[in-house]
Design a binder for this molecule. Sequence first.
Ligand code: HAM
Length: 437
Amino acid sequence: MTESKKTPARPTLKAVRGTRDLLPDQTPLWNHVEATARALFARGVGEETDIVSKEMFTWEDRPRAASEKAQQLTLRPENTAGVVRAYIEHKLGETGQLQKLYYIGPQFRRERPQRGRYRQFWQIGAEVIGPQSSGSESPLRDAEILEMLASFLDELGIRDWRLELNSVGSSEDRVRYNAALREALQPIKHQLCEDNQRRADTNPLRVLDSKEEADQDLINALPKIADYLGPESKAHFDQVLAALDACKVPYHLNPRLVRGLDYYTRTTFEFTVTTGLGTQNALLGGGRYDGLSEMLGGPKAPGIGFAIGEDRLILTLQAQAEHDAAESATNPGAPGPDSRTWVSPRKLDAYIAPLTPAQNPAALALARELRTAGLTVEVGDGTFKLRKSFDIADTLARHIILLGEDEVSTATATIKTFATGEQVKLPRADLTTRLRS
Ligand code: HAM
């Protein structure tokens, strides 16, 4: 792509130095690498865990602090603004096509941690964005995304999800609504909790988000955004609802769903669940952001997207599986755990135990051979006592393979199958067949 020679009206936004965007033409390779890595981890370890917690979210880029290039960096709290920045920086709009971009990765927010709310958490998100001529503004994009999410949750086996839906209107609609809210809040403000009194002055929309029990009746009686939508916003929203009805995707209109991020226009939504998440019950959230590209100095590019809280998705699946297990234990007639919702990690095919450190290299060579053949394997260490190797192997794997001096010199292996207790010495060439049986 060639750089425009014109001096831009605003400074052009660029990826932070030392970071880069992975654009769609590179994703097949990235997908391939990631898929191979995941399969490899699964074969080698069975499961993957990576928990990192950091408190520093924003900092000065110190070496540049004194120069005019001084800048502050922040660990990303969400990805939508970054994706739109990339859309602008790489001029993806110039293709004229609708862009459908997705991401899976960690986000960071300095929030008070609790169940389902972390300072580093994972999101699976997607953004659909493009010039108006690409159909990016069509209500069908909204309905299409919602239908896809409903199918995704069904496919994963998430039960009793609930789609909460609202329209927050255009930015003009919101100015009128904000003024009406402010006015309605003035006479009742003193009856609200301290937090809501502050919000009533600074950002009245946030009052609608409040979970303060004592304030709910007053908040429910406040003006509704639906009554302040202009004809275009209203028609757009009606078409979203009509398409959802046609697909038979159930939804609940929630006039208080304004969402915490300022870039939303028109459709906003959340999918909530009742099992497993407690008060942090939003599994995912999203909405339309028709003005965000322009806010960031880019061309007009309406868009809509969502982000799923991957941690919360997993918590929900685990809670469902636990609930099912408890049900079938107390009521033998009840259906057992739904195997679609959560499958507990499968045991490894084998645990390789070198009997002394001298067999360590041969053990690793054998692990490489078996993993290449598609088997899941873990290797111990020649310093481990035999008892310890057996204990670990019994927890992790279906078989233990013992490699002593004799086995290495005769190209054999001693293998024990835990399920039957049978132990045999085999030529190495027969191992894979035996492990697969
Ligand atoms: P959000 O509602 O701030 O939206 O986050 C989306 C989802 O991320 C939430 O529904 C929740 O499941 C999960 N999540 C948020 N904060 C935490 C946390 N501290 N710990 C665990 N999970 C959390 C966005 O981020 C927007 N960027 C979504 C979007 C995409 N809108 C348009 N496009």
